[in-house]
Design a protein around this ligand. Structure first.
Ligand code: 8DG
Length: 256
C-alpha cells in the first residue's frame, strides 16, 4: 500500500499530492473532492496555501474542502479503496488540473565562504539598498543562470569563483509585483582576485558567528545555516511592503 502510494505520489502534479499523501495514512480520497478553489489558483499571491513545505501537507487543506475530504475518506469501505486508487490515477491524467503560474523573474545570488568567513557586500543602490547580501542580480537575455551568477559576482565584487555550485532556489512573492522572483543561490569557497568596492556593493568579510542578520533580508537567517552546512534547499517567501516577511516555507532537498 505504502509503496503503491509513493508511486502514485511521484506521478502526480503538486496539487494532486495533497490527495495522494494520505494513502500512506491508509485513508483514500478521490481527486474530484479536492477543494479546487483552494488549491488551483496559486500564482504569485501569498494569501493562498503554500505547496512547498515539510510538515503534514493535508493540514494545509482547509474549510469545507477538508471537511468533505475527511468525512468521505472515513466512511469509505476498505474494499472500495482499490477502485478509488484507480480513479485517482485516471482522473489525474484526464482532468485539467490548473497549474501554478510559471511567470517569474530569474535572479542569482553568490555567497563566498572561505577560511571560516563569509564575503558579503553592503548594497549601495537599488533594490535592497542598505542591506548586506551576497552578490548577484537579474539573469540577462541570452545567458544561462550559471553564467549570470558568475558575471554578477565579477561585476559586483571583482572576484571570480572557481568552485561555484548551486545550493538553493528561493522564490519571493511581493504584494506589489505580479511576478514571482526566483533567486538561484550559489556557494563557493575558492576564487581568483581580491574583493573590491564597486558602484553597487562594498564587500566585507564576516566570521560566520558575526553575520549581520539585523541588516540583511529577513529571510536570510532561515536559509544561511542550511547553505553553510552544505545542504541544498528550496524556499518560498511572501513579503508585503517590499521588506516585511509575512510567511514562508523552506525545505531541504536532495536535488535542485
Ligand atoms: N539574501 C537575499 N537576497 C535577495 C533577496 N531577495 C532578492 O531579490 N535578493 C537578491 C537577488 C539578487 O542577487 C539581488 C537583487 O538583484 P538586483 O536588483 O541587485 O539586480 P541587478 O544587479 O541585476 O539590478 P540592477 O542594479 O542592474 O538594476 O538581491 C532576499 O530576500 N535575500
Amino acid at each position: 500500500m505504502v509503496l503503491l502510494s509513493r508511486l502514485v505520489l511521484r506521478k502526480l502534479p503538486k496539487v494532486s499530492r495533497y490527495i495522494a499523501w494520505d494513502l500512506e495514512l491508509k485513508t483514500v480520497v478521490a481527486l474530484s473532492w479536492a477543494p479546487s478553489s483552494n488549491l488551483s489558483t496559486r500564482n504569485s499571491s501569498c494569501a493562498l496555501p503554500h505547496i512547498i513545505g515539510g510538515s503534514p501537507r493535508v493540514r494545509e487543506l482547509s474549510g469545507a474542502g477538508l471537511r468533505k475530504y475527511s468525512s468521505a475518506a472515513m466512511s469509505m469501505a476498505v474494499d472500495d479503496r482499490e477502485a478509488v486508487k484507480q480513479s485517482i490515477t485516471s482522473t489525474v491524467v484526464e482532468e485539467p488540473v490548473q497549474k501554478e503560474s510559471t511567470a517569474r523573474k530569474l535572479l542569482t545570488l553568490v555567497i563566498i565562504h572561505s577560511d571560516g568567513k563569509v564575503l558579503l557586500g553592503l548594497k549601495k543602490r537599488g533594490f535592497g539598498k542598505g542591506y548586506y547580501n551576497g552578490f548577484g542580480g537579474k539573469v540577462e537575455k541570452g545567458e544561462t543562470i550559471d553564467q549570470a551568477a558568475a558575471r554578477e559576482l565579477q561585476e559586483e565584487s571583482g572576484v571570480t569563483a572557481t568552485d561555484m555550485e548551486k545550493r538553493g532556489i528561493l522564490t519571493f512573492h511581493f504584494d506589489n509585483d505580479p511576478l514571482a522572483w526566483e533567486v538561484h543561490v550559489y556557494y563557493a569557497t575558492k576564487f581568483l582576485g581580491e574583493p573590491c568596492e564597486t558602484d553597487e556593493m562594498a564587500p566585507t568579510w564576516f566570521s560566520v558567528a558575526d553575520i549581520p542578520y539585523d541588516v540583511m533580508w529577513s529571510d536570510d537567517p532561515l536559509w544561511y545555516p542550511l547553505l553553510l552546512a552544505g545542504q541544498q534547499f528550496k524556499g518560498d517567501f511572501c513579503f508585503t511592503n517590499t521588506t516585511t516577511l509575512t510567511s514562508h516555507t523552506i525545505e531541504v532537498v536532495s536535488s535542485l
